[in-house]
Each structure stands twice: as structure tokens, then as C-alpha cells.
Design a protein around this ligand. Structure first.
Ligand SMILES: *Cc1c(COP(=O)(O)O)cnc(C)c1O
Length: 356
């Protein structure tokens, strides 16, 4: 029950376990093509360019940034915690200037603050973490989007803890990059970096940027393969793509609206159960994400012993990060989680806290 990697469905494991074939074998080329097309559907876009390559969520962040923002240009990050702050480190590694607009942990940066900041400086892009997995904060992305829609700054959304569990509308929100990994709300094994890129962003990459400070992470090297997966640039993660394609197929079988509603309901029952057990959430009620809960420990509870007691009862939850490490724990409820897992987690929790 950690916020990623999340449990992988047997159907996806079976797809992963099929014999490894050539990356140019027709059945693989077909699966890769289907996976790219399904991804665009899930991101609610008709015109964005999908990229699915080997890597983690962090690699997808890096890939987005090096292609879109040149060294010496400036990035604005709306940070709601640990993963928001990570953008600053990636920017620093490539000589990209970076300003952080930070919320107190557990709060969200109000739209007005972003609006006020935008006018003050020249930014090439704005990066927002949809759900920061360290704080459980869901950013008010729809209102940021309304603000950024008519502006020239590119809009990068880190969906790693949101995509396929929380509504994301690439076209309606005029996003330039939506990125995620396979191992969170898709419920696929880790190892695949997933992006949707707007035509405007590709245009920026082609026109404005000279060579980028990357080789394997260059959109333009991968673009021919994304448009015709029978071509070769660097061997794709064949079995991971089979698995991700199956996971994406399951998302579409369930249907996006039903899947998002399931995540809302699971989050509500988790919160209800936590409250009944006398626990409080860390995240402000105005910005709680449906994909995970960040839960404050009661006075006097030792975090490591609590999590060990949970593990003894067959449930793994995650520790908290940064300033709340030791004071809170995190429980994921995304991907293939259902009511049975929520119930089992709450039962283990009552046992671990009650000592039974
Ligand atoms: C997990 C996570 C990442 C990092 O993904 P990795 O695959 O671990 O590199 C980035 N952003 C958010 C919001 C995450 O939850």
C-alpha cells in the first residue's frame, strides 16, 4: 500500500512474462503502437505526441526539461513538496535557472500567487507536480491552466502520482508536457518513462533550441520511433511495453470516468476509516489527493515500530519524507487497489495501533 510501485495485476504480469522478442517483431511493433495511442487517449488529447521510453518518472522529468528549456533560460516551479523541489535539482544539473514558488507543506499555492509571480520575470516554462507524493497535496491544476492558457510559458505537469487515477485533460488544459511513470496509478512495473508533448513544445524544441544537453533524452532522436515503432534508435524495453500496454488496456476497459470515480470512492473510504481510528490527515482538507493519504501519527507512536507492526499484519505502508519524516506515514490507494485492500489496511492499522 505504498504510493508506488503499486500492486501489479496478474494480467499485466502475464503480459510481462511473455517471451522476449525482437523490438522489430510485428507483434511487438503492434503493441508499442497501441500503447502510444492508448496513452494519448488516457491523457485526453487528440494531437499530442506520445513518448514511451525506458526510464523512471525522474527521467521523464529530466527529458521534458532538457528539451524545452535551454541552459541560461528560466524555469518556474510551483512546489508542493519533495518532488516539486526535485525540479530545481534537475534544472541545476543542466545550467537552467530556476525559481521556486513554494507552499507550506500540506498546503497548495493559490492561483493568485502564481498569477502575481508570472508577470515578474521571463520564464520559458512552468512546472507543476499534480500530486506531490510527499505531502499528499493535489495542485489546483485546472485553475493554473486557465491562467497559463493564453501565456507563452510552456506548461509541464508531473502526473507521476496522478495520471490514470485523477482527471488530467491535456488538450483542455493546454498542457505542453504531461509526464508519468508506469509504476503508480497505472499499476504497471517500474521502468518506463511516459510523456505526452504538445505540437507547440516540439516546435520549440525544433526551432529555438540548438543541440540539447542530452543524447538518449532528446525528443528528436525518439520522434521517428514514436511515429513508427518498427524503426530503431535504442532498444525499447520490450517486455515492459507489453506490460504497460496491457495496463493501459485495463484502464480503458474500466473507462476513465469509472476509474476516476473509483479512486475518489477509495480515497473517501480510506479517510473515513482513518478518522474512525482517531487519526488525522496531514494534508489540508482543501487540497487532498485521491491517490494517497499522508497520515499524522498519534502522540507517542514510533513510526518505525508502527510500520513494522503493519508489515507483520501483511500491509506495507511508507514513511514520510522531509520535515514530516517520523511524524506521519503514507498510504497509497491508486491503480489496482479496491475496497478489499482498503478494508485490510484499516484492519491492520487498528491492530497495529491497538496492539492486537
Ligand atoms: C514517484 C514520483 C516521482 C519520481 O518517479 P521515479 O520513477 O521514482 O523516478 C516524481 N514525481 C512524483 C509526483 C512522484 O510521485
Amino acid at each position: 500500500m505504498i504510493p508506488g510501485p503499486t500492486p501489479v495485476h496478474e494480467r499485466v504480469l502475464r503480459a510481462l512474462a511473455q517471451p522476449t522478442v525482437s523490438h522489430q517483431f510485428p507483434a511487438f511493433v503492434e503493441a508499442y503502437t497501441e500503447c502510444l495511442s492508448r496513452w494519448r487517449t488516457i491523457g485526453q488529447s487528440t494531437s499530442a505526441q506520445p513518448f514511451v521510453v525506458s526510464g523512471s518518472g525522474t527521467f521523464a522529468m529530466e527529458m521534458a526539461l532538457v528539451n524545452l528549456v535551454a541552459p541560461g533560460e528560466r524555469l518556474l516551479v510551483v512546489s508542493h513538496g519533495f518532488f516539486g523541489d526535485r525540479w530545481e535539482q534537475i534544472a541545476a544539473a543542466f545550467g537552467i535557472e530556476c525559481d521556486l514558488l513554494r507552499a507550506d507543506w500540506g498546503q497548495a499555492v493559490p492561483n493568485e500567487k502564481l498569477a502575481a509571480r508570472l508577470g515578474t520575470r521571463e520564464y520559458s516554462a512552468v512546472a507543476v507536480t499534480h500530486v506531490d507524493t510527499s505531502t499528499g497535496t493535489e495542485a489546483p491544476v485546472a485553475s493554473y491552466a486557465a491562467l497559463l492558457e493564453s501565456r507563452k510559458e510552456h506548461f509541464i505537469l508531473d502526473g507521476v502520482c496522478a495520471t490514470a487515477g485523477i482527471d488530467e485533460r491535456f488538450d483542455d488544459w493546454h498542457l505542453d508536457v504531461l509526464l508519468t511513470g508506469a509504476q503508480k496509478a497505472f499499476g504497471a512495473p517500474p521502468g518506463v518513462a511516459i510523456q505526452l508533448v504538445s505540437q507547440r513544445a516540439l516546435e520549440t524544441r525544433r526551432k529555438k533550441r540548438g543541440p540539447v544537453s542530452a543524447y538518449n533524452a532528446d525528443w528528436l532522436r525518439w520522434l521517428p520511433i514514436m511515429n513508427d515503432p518498427s524503426k530503431y534508435f535504442s532498444t525499447p524495453p520490450v517486455n515492459q511495453v507489453f506490460a504497460l500496454n496491457e495496463a493501459m488496456g485495463m484502464v480503458l476497459e474500466e473507462g476513465l470516468p469509472a476509474r476516476l470515480a473509483r479512486h475518489r470512492e477509495l480515497a473517501a473510504s480510506m479517510r473515513e476509516g482513518l478518522a474512525a481510528a482517531g487519526l488525522e490527515l496531514f494534508t489540508d482538507a482543501s487540497c487532498r489527493a485521491d491517490t494517497l493519504s499522508v497520515v499524522l501519527h498519534r502522540e507517542g507512536v514510533d513510526d518505525a515500530s508502527f510500520r513494522a507492526a503493519m508489515a507483520e499484519r501483511g500491509v506495507v505502508v511508507a514513511g514520510a519524507l522531509g520535515p514530516i519524516a517520523g511524524k506521519a506515514f503514507r498510504v497509497g490507494h491508486m491503480g489496482n487497489i479496491g475496497p478489499a485492500e482498503i478494508e485490510r489496511t484499516l484492519e491492520a492499522l487498528r491492530g497495529a495501533l491497538g496492539g492486537s
